[in-house]
Structures are given as structure tokens and as C-alpha cells.
Design a protein around this ligand. Structure first.
Ligand code: 0O2
Length: 209
């Protein structure tokens, strides 16, 4: 499974484990601060030998440890699926505060949606100055859509109706995005109203000022 990574594999596993532990701490801190768990689920993986080799071939790189760990930067990957849009950006900020983590690149496919409708926030981090880690942050709706779209891509028998399917998938992505925004607004309204309920009487004016 780990052949292409050679002797780097144990260290890659350690990096993945440590970062996952740090995300667990971020999650617990945020749960305490906002009163709810911001993360629906986390998926952490080291790309399999087979799919890393396939990616090397696709990119025209030799199938070596160097290609797998330096030229390709998603051998170590963590996907963090959040309930709400705001949490995606809060977790991004917390990740940047971690020691030993350097931000190499970010792609905000939530604000800059891919033409097919794909939405997600991607970060490439360099951990301990040596290993790249790809973090994908997205909402539950965005994750559901990406899973379906990924599945469709590998259904080679889809040959008719392709245009319609692509158009409909894009429409679903946009509808889900609009629901995400509404859910975020609802959460903000609920938080706002529970905060004003907690204010002592007469403090309304202070809030407005
Ligand atoms: P897998 O099997 O999910 O890991 P590159 O990583 O170099 O191929 P790029 O453009 O630098 O490509 O990376 P980008 O755009 O940040 O996307 C990389 C990963 O994001 C993909 O990894 C997917 O996981 C996910 N992704 C990007 N675009 C789409 C999309 O349109 N639909 C879906 N479902 N997922 C997407 P891999 O290696 O392709 O696949």
C-alpha cells in the first residue's frame, strides 16, 4: 500500500496523526466557545499507492518517492466537513495559528466556485518544514454534492444526456449553496436572539451603541 512513499511512510503517518489530534483540540475549543460542535466529520488519509501512482502518470511525473511527496502535495490529506459556512473560515484561521505549520497555497472554491459547481476551501500546508498536507474544508451540503459528482465521473457508461446531467448537477450545487447561506443566516439570528435574551434588562441601549 505504501511502496511509493518508501521510508517516508512512517513519518507521514505520524504527521497525519499529530495534525488530526490538533484538529480535535481546535474542535473542542470551538465547541466550548460557540456551544455546538462545528465539525460534522473528519476524514484523514494517506493517498493509496495505487492512486498516487495513477496521479504521477496523469501529471507526467516518474513514479518515485520524490514525486509522491514533493511534486504532488496531497499524499497526506484531511477533509473537514462542517455544518455551517462560517465554521469553515474559523477553522481555517485556527489551522494557521498552529505551530510548525506553514501556509503554501489556498484555493477558495466557495467564493470562486468551479464551473461545474464544486465548492470547497483547499489549503496546502507544509508541516515540520518537510511534508505537504492538503486540507479540504467544506460544508455537509458541499460534501454531499462532491461525493455524487465524484461518483458520476467514474460512471463511464454515462454517454447520452451528459449535457443535461452536468447542467442539473450545477443547478443542485447552486441550490445547496443557497440553502447553506440560509442556514447560516438562521444560525446567526438564533444566536443573536439568545444573546439579547441573556442581556440584563436596560442593556438594550448599550447593545445598540
Ligand atoms: P482525490 O481522489 O479526491 O484525492 P491536483 O491536486 O494537482 O490534481 P489541483 O487543481 O491543484 O489539482 O487541486 P485542487 O483543484 O485543489 O483539487 C484537488 C482535489 O480537490 C481533488 O483531488 C478532489 O479531491 C477535489 N476536487 C477538486 N475539484 C473537484 C471537482 O470538481 N469535483 C470533485 N468531486 N472533487 C474535486 P484528486 O486528486 O483529483 O482526487
Amino acid at each position: 500500500m505504501d511502496k511509493i512513499y518508501g521510508n517516508a511512510y512512517p513519518e507521514m503517518k505520524r504527521i497525519l496523526r499529530n495534525l488530526t489530534d490538533e484538529i480535535t483540540v481546535i474542535r473542542a475549543d470551538m465547541t466550548e466557545e460557540i456551544g455546538m460542535d462545528p465539525i460534522e466529520h473528519i476524514r484523514a488519509r494517506i493517498k493509496s499507492d495505487e492512486s498516487m501512482r495513477e496521479k504521477c502518470r496523469r501529471k507526467g511525473f516518474p513514479e518515485t518517492q520524490e514525486s509522491a511527496t514533493k511534486l504532488i502535495r496531497d499524499a497526506i490529506g484531511i477533509r473537514i466537513v462542517c455544518a455551517f459556512l462560517d465554521d469553515v473560515y474559523t477553522i481555517r484561521e485556527r489551522l494557521l495559528e498552529l505551530p510548525d505549520v506553514e501556509l503554501i497555497e489556498e484555493k477558495d472554491y466557495i467564493r470562486h466556485v468551479k464551473p461545474n459547481g464544486y465548492r470547497s476551501f483547499h489549503m496546502i500546508l507544509l508541516v515540520s518544514g518537510v511534508y505537504y498536507v492538503e486540507i479540504q474544508l467544506r460544508t455537509i451540503s458541499q460534501d454531499t454534492w462532491a461525493a455524487l459528482e465524484h461518483h458520476m465521473k467514474y460512471k463511464k457508461e454515462i454517454s447520452g444526456n451528459t449535457e443535461l446531467i452536468v447542467r442539473e448537477l450545477k443547478r443542485c450545487a447552486d441550490e445547496l449553496a443557497s440553502t447553506d447561506e440560509s442556514m447560516q443566516t438562521l444560525r446567526d439570528m438564533i444566536n443573536q436572539s439568545s444573546r439579547s435574551e441573556q442581556l440584563p434588562s436596560g442593556s438594550d441601549q448599550e447593545e445598540k451603541d
